[in-house]
Write a protein that binds this ligand. Structure first.
Ligand code: GLN
Length: 199
């Protein structure tokens, strides 16, 4: 399996490790490619959009021609895991003119809304399809505000969605790569095997 991690900015190596571990748990070997320029995404089976700073990531993926390739990847039904700033970049509306969202995930987000209220925190969250709670790390996290009809909410914190799926896209407002638990990467990239989530 060839996995691309969008690496224009943000935490890349932690995702690469989590992808390798998730693949190994399913008897596969993942080759991880760091993506900073156009031309690499078309060869990837799965993609990861890391956290970081959504304004910067948005600007660079458009400038480098990666944005259009991400759209094609999703249109082909190939999996994407988008975490925190990655989720913001994929959203329909980030309510911030410095972010040009791709509109691939039918949610609106409030950048830093969790962060301003509570700063960073960790919560054990119940996730649809996972037997045990997941230790979710929230760092200046976006609040998922409106959720479209085609979006399934898989986990909430205080009744707010923090983990959503729409077709091949899984979006998290937290950082699943910052723990040793790779089940969110498995859920995103191996959806039928260990989880029973609606596509
Ligand atoms: N606050 C960041 C943003 O709005 C996201 C933070 C993160 O990815 N941990 O882009």
């Amino acid at each position: 399996m060839k996995a691309g991690v969008i690496a224009v900015q943000g935490d890349v190596s932690e995702h690469a490790d989590a992808i390798r571990h998730a693949a190994a748990a399913h008897g596969e070997e993942a080759e991880v490619v760091e993506i900073r320029s156009a031309g690499l995404v078309p060869d990837c089976d799965v993609l990861c959009m890391p956290g970081g700073e959504s304004t910067t990531i948005s600007r660079l993926i458009h400038r480098e021609g990666i944005a259009a390739e991400i759209r094609d990847h999703v249109a082909a039904g190939k999996p994407v895991l988008a975490t925190c700033a990655g989720l913001i970049v994929l959203s329909r509306d980030a309510k911030d003119e410095r972010v040009d969202p791709l509109g691939l995930l039918d949610v609106t987000v409030d950048r830093n809304a969790f962060g301003r209220q509570k700063d960073s925190f960790e919560a054990r969250i119940d996730v649809t399809g996972l037997e045990e709670p997941f230790p979710a790390v929230f760092i200046r996290a976006p609040l998922i505000d409106e959720v479209g009809d085609d979006v399934t909410t898989l986990a909430t914190v205080e009744d707010r969605p923090v983990l959503v799926r729409q077709g091949p896209i899984v979006g998290t407002s937290f950082h699943p790569e910052l723990t040793d638990d790779d089940r969110i990467h498995e859920l995103a990239f191996f959806p039928d095997e260990r989880t029973e989530v609606a596509a």
